[in-house]
Ligand binder design. Structure first.
Ligand code: PEP
Length: 253
């Protein structure tokens, strides 16, 4: 049986100036023992990646970006490439977050190009998928997720996918305080793993980490993490305060 190391990831979204990000990262590091069972990742805004990377240095906290552009360089004003993120100290990059799909017109085809660019540069993509409330109410959850995965992962070899992390983030649960129930989340995570098994084989699917995201807080982390196909959490609002995020990281205590 494959053992999957849990992962607790914090998406800071468009929050924190450089000094604020440095303070938060410093305080978070101070809360960790170094013996955490879960791998810890934080994704500050692009401006704070370099200063935060200096603070988390050799600590167990990994650095992630919230987005990238698929070309390595060129006349793409305002964009940041995968090699640039690597040079800033990133190991992870969040791709396809619903806020990017909703507000910045991100498509499954764009997500696919971004995943390939991330992998080519040696970054680990955290690939976000999720259905809206209308889609769930209309019984379309699985078909929506399947389409996001089919198109998002198109052309990816088993080897290219092997390190990737999936994140199921129901849009209706993000920032609303209304998390999916453990049953709803487990049902979808099992479905995602089945999809990955058909696409990449049992070994890769069994080793893939699937995070849940959507109003995760200290009070609901342990029950979500106890489920067989939930391998971690992608945390937005509750990752902004180091004490709260540390409580989530230490969900077993
Ligand atoms: C997110 O932005 O990825 C997220 C899950 O946000 P929140 O935890 O605030 O719902």
């Amino acid at each position: 049986m494959t053992t999957r190391r849990p992962m607790i990831a914090g998406n800071w979204k468009m929050h924190k100036t450089c000094p604020e990000a440095e303070d938060t990262a410093r305080a978070l590091v101070g809360q960790l023992t170094g013996k955490e069972e879960a791998e810890v990742m934080i994704a500050p805004p692009a401006t704070a990646l370099v200063p935060v990377s200096r603070i988390i240095g050799d600590t167990p906290v990994q650095l992630g970006a919230q987005n990238l552009f698929w070309e390595n360089q060129g006349a793409y004003t305002g964009e940041v490439s995968a090699p640039m993120l690597v040079s800033a100290g990133c190991r992870y990059v969040i791709i396809g977050h619903s806020e990017r799909r909703q507000y910045f017109g991100e498509t499954d085809e764009g997500v696919n190009k971004k995943i390939k660019a991330a992998v080519a540069a040696g970054l680990v993509p955290v690939i976000c998928i999720g259905e809206s409330e209308t889609e769930r109410d209309g019984g379309k959850t699985f078909s929506v997720l399947d389409k996001q995965m089919e198109k998002g992962l198109e052309g990816l070899s088993e080897d290219q996918f092997s390190q990737a992390v999936m994140a199921y983030e129901p849009v209706w649960a993000i920032g609303t305080g209304r998390s999916a129930t453990p049953e709803q989340a487990q049902e979808v995570h099992a479905h995602v793993r089945q999809f990955l098994e058909k696409r990449f084989g049992a070994q890769t699917a069994g080793a893939a980490r699937i995070l849940y995201g959507g109003s995760v807080k200290p009070a609901n982390t342990a029950e979500l993490m106890a489920l067989p196909d939930i391998d971690g959490a992608l945390v937005g609002g509750a990752s902004l305060k180091p004490d709260t995020f540390a409580e989530i990281i230490h969900y077993k205590r």
